[in-house]
Design a protein around this ligand. Structure first.
Ligand code: ASP
Length: 319
């Protein structure tokens, strides 16, 4: 019997959203939230909802995921994504993807069709081929332009790659972080989370961030709730941030209290490091949470009481 009221929250990334990009981004998160919510409303499960919401943002071209992915230092795209089903703790992730149109769909194939959790590189490409996943050229015009600007800054000696962390502290405007993610509660009371990214701009080839790592960028458990993270992946990895948010919810915090507590943890434990982060969550009662210490968090949500998704460029900011 369907007993729960469905809820979905999506994000289009933490970072700084400048005015020219913010309108299409707000439209993009609203559209994704609506796609996920309509699925939930018609009895679809939480996994379908988060995968379809994230796939829609991967297709948008305005987010750092799918066809809007940022470029690494070699001017190539290496995308990654993950999904987790709170029912039975099933999870799937894929990384180092060059031309898969929807990395989140490959993450789902890893979860549903293999005995593994995380597949990268050539193996992942092979799997995508077996399942006839669509390919694209993910190098978007806007990203090429941004790459050239970032490279120019490098050439002018404005920053030095081995000191990337210091560097971002000094020039945070060089790096806008806009991964996508979604969390949902379905009418059966199951939660799910999914996250997808092009990764960190000018990252070294082979670098894996938090987005495909279960517990770091993505976590869902029917005993606590679901969380998707965005921001500096290395911080979320060190603090196992998405699982930390779920732990907080499991011990009785609301989704909002849990994401705020986790951002405070980031501020406390990672002070002195550039640590722009954003988090969204849903708990088993359908309470939602969103918080960040970055300038912006592009996000949207829908609950059964609402006629339309609500989108914003900020949530609770905790410095
Ligand atoms: N967390 C992602 C990464 O570090 C970046 C982002 O959220 O935009 O790869």
């Amino acid at each position: 019997m369907k007993t729960r009221k469905p809820v979905i929250v999506v994000h289009g990334g933490a970072g700084t959203w400048n005015p020219e990009r913010s309108q299409p981004a707000l439209e993009g998160v609203k559209k994704a939230a609506k796609i996920g919510f309509d699925l939930l409303n018609s009895g679809g499960d939480a996994v379908d909802a988060v995968v379809e919401a994230v796939a829609s943002m991967e297709d948008e071209g305005v987010f750092n995921a799918g066809c809007g992915s940022t470029l690494n230092i070699e001017k190539r795209v290496e995308m990654e994504a993950s999904v987790m089903d709170g029912k039975g703790l099933q999870a799937g992730a894929a990384g180092l993807l060059r031309d898969i149109k929807n990395p989140v769909r490959l993450a789902r194939i890893v979860m549903d069709e293999t005995d593994h959790v995380f597949i990268v590189g050539e193996g992942a490409e092979k799997l995508a081929k077996m399942f006839n996943l669509e390919r694209i050229n993910p190098i978007a015009e806007a990203q090429l332009k941004r790459y050239e600007q970032q490279k120019q800054a490098l050439l002018e000696g404005k920053f030095e790659l081995p000191k990337l962390v210091n560097l971002i502290g000094r020039y945070p405007e060089l790096f806008s972080l806009e991964t996508v993610g979604a969390v949902a509660l379905d009418t059966d009371g199951n939660v799910a989370a999914a996250t997808s990214t092009g990764g960190f701009p000018l990252k070294l080839p082979g670098r894996i961030g938090d987005s495909p790592l279960i517990g770091c960028g993505t976590y869902a458990d029917n005993q606590s709730g679901a969380c998707s993270a965005t921001g500096v992946g290395e911080i979320a990895i060190r603090l196992v941030l998405a699982k930390t948010v779920c732990n907080y919810m499991e011990t009785g915090k609301t989704a909002q209290e849990a994401v705020e507590e986790a951002i405070r943890l980031v501020n406390r434990r990672m002070s002195g490091t550039y640590n722009s982060m954003g988090l969204i969550a849903v708990n088993l009662r359908g309470d939602i949470g969103a918080a960040h210490n970055s300038a912006n968090l592009c996000w949207a949500y829908v609950t059964p009481e609402m006629r339309e998704p609500k989108a914003s460029l900020t949530a609770k900011i905790l410095k």
